[in-house]
Design a protein around this ligand. Structure first.
Ligand SMILES: [Zn+2]
Length: 505
């Protein structure tokens, strides 16, 4: 037979489609052509596939080889097609039964020596394959555990191209993914380590319960980073669906641990303040990769020294934060990634940021104002909680007797408050107070006038924008959920107004 076909997957962002790989051998000048919107990285496969076939002791057909990848409309990129191209070619030249080649879908890069190498994005690729009815997949040994996360997939793994050929010809037994006992995940930092900072701890608990964004201001050493790092530890573990989605994003970023790849805990991303816009929201070519904001999906995006980030970089976060997804347009296609994360911004009170606190600082109030203003109003307007942290006094540091709660205790209250919110909001298809549309807040969840006095005063005096007013209501509902109350009263509204307007510096 001189025509064979097999299958692979093309990914654009997190969504993908099955790609049919057709290989035709014909009389003519020996050579190999790949057609069907394959970019240069796929055309480079030619040399790898040839070397892998020859170095595996197989024959390279000395004929005109035409490889068609369809649908032609789906952009194809990367080295993940190597294995399917090789198998298709071997089937077309009668070295592998065509029926067997056609039954499986192949995802893997080939080394020149014929090894099958792991690729990025196996999880979303297998999800796409199963969705289109291709359950039987062959992947690299290292990608096995990841592919197997997809419930309905029938996963086979291979170390070398020769293994795959032996398996398809029935000469060798197929291999199933090996369960590797992964090292225990690193301990998440515990709130018990945080000394003092009762306001900061409370703000963190509110942020966790309602999914609110948070701004922490305070001198270096006050514990801003310490607090931020402890937010994932008090968030509930990811649901099955969330875990799969978060793992798929990290699979594309190529940073999953081998063996037990499923991410169960809310991720934490803290890009440096020199990060570029593509690093933060996603970018690259020919198809854009997920940025820090998407790797923080269902978790925490922490921007330390936030005023030091480029203005444009910070502003680029606004729309994705609002929408929960980011779409990156490239000539080759539009990649869409989820980015429903909680933002924590940390800022020093002034550019010189003395470790000693305010006393010895020579910065004028104007310099401080300017520094604070580097965080743009529209971005801050989306941050529900603004909390000033004082410097930790030496006495508090030395006094270890003050009773402190650990993450587990706080996590229980967070989970209860989230459950209360989810029960109330399910009729609007929401789970967190931070996600409730303004119109629902102001109409269906309308509060009695007398409870709103302080918020309305702040609105009248121009201290709150209309958007800010809605955010006060959202935080007040979270405070009520944490207190086990049916609805917020004036105490919760007052506290929420305070949490939004309090700023240091
Ligand atoms: Zn200063």
């Amino acid at each position: 037979m001189s025509l064979a076909r097999t299958w692979s997957v093309g990914l654009v962002g997190l969504s993908g489609g099955v790609v049919e790989v057709e290989v035709d051998l014909s009389a003519g000048l020996p050579g190999m052509a790949i057609v069907g919107l394959a970019d240069t990285s796929v055309r480079e496969s030619r040399d790898r596939v040839r070397a892998a076939v020859l170095n595996s002791g197989l024959d390279w057909p000395n004929r005109k080889i035409t490889i068609g990848l369809s649908p032609a409309t789906l952009p194809k990129h990367g080295s993940g097609y190597d294995l399917s191209l090789a198998v298709g070619l071997l089937a077309a030249s009668d070295q592998v039964p065509c029926g067997a080649a056609e039954k499986f879908l192949f995802l893997g890069e080939l080394g020149l020596d014929g090894r099958v190498r792991a690729i990025r994005g196996v999880l979303p690729a297998v999800i796409a394959a199963v969705k289109e009815g291709h359950q039987h997949v062959v992947v690299a040994q290292e990608n096995g555990a990841e592919a197997q996360l997809v419930g309905d997939a029938d996963v086979w793994v291979a170390d070398t191209l020769a293994d795959v050929v032996g398996f398809l010809c029935g000469d060798r037994e197929g291999q199933r993914p090996v369960r590797v006992d992964a090292p225990a995940p690193p301990e998440t930092p515990d709130l018990i380590d945080v000394v003092g900072q009762s306001a900061g701890r409370l703000a963190l608990e509110i942020a966790a319960a309602g999914g609110h964004h948070l701004l922490l201001t305070g001198p270096p050493g006050a514990g801003k980073t310490m607090l931020a790092e402890r937010l994932p530890g008090i968030l509930p573990p990811l649901t099955d669906e969330e875990a799969l989605q978060v793992t798929a994003v990290h699979s594309l970023a190529g940073e999953l641990p081998r063996g037990s790849p499923l991410i169960r805990r809310a991720p934490f991303e803290s890009p440096h303040h020199t990060a570029t816009m593509p690093a933060l929201v996603g970018g690259g070519s020919p198809l854009a990769r997920p940025g820090a904001i998407s790797r923080a999906h269902r978790g925490v995006l922490f921007l330390d020294e936030a005023p030091e980030f480029g203005r444009g970089v910070l502003d680029s976060l606004r729309q994705p934060l609002e929408k929960g997804v980011v779409s990156l347009h490239r000539a080759a296609g539009v990649s869409t990634y989820p980015c429903r994360c909680q933002l924590i911004l940390a800022a020093n009170p002034c550019p010189c940021a003395p470790a000693t606190g305010d006393a010895d600082c020579g910065c004028t109030s104007l310099a401080r104002r300017r520094y604070a203003d580097r965080l743009s109003g529209p971005l801050l307007d989306r941050v529900d909680l603004h909390v000033g942290l004082p410097a930790v006094s030496r006495r508090a540091l030395l006094d270890s007797s003050d009773p402190r709660e650990g993450s587990a205790q706080v996590g229980v209250r967070v989970a209860e408050a989230r459950a209360a919110a989810a029960a109330r909001l399910s009729q609007w298809g929401r789970r967190l107070n931070s996600e409730v549309p303004g119109v629902v807040l102001r109409e269906s969840l309308r509060l009695p006038r007398q409870a709103l006095t302080s918020a309305e005063m702040a609105l009248d005096r121009g201290l709150l924008s209309v958007r800010g007013f809605d955010r006060v209501l959202r935080v007040a509902w979270t405070l009520a959920d944490l207190a086990g109350a049916a609805r917020p009263g004036s105490a919760e509204i007052d506290a929420a107004v305070g949490l939004r307007l309090r700023r240091i510096g």
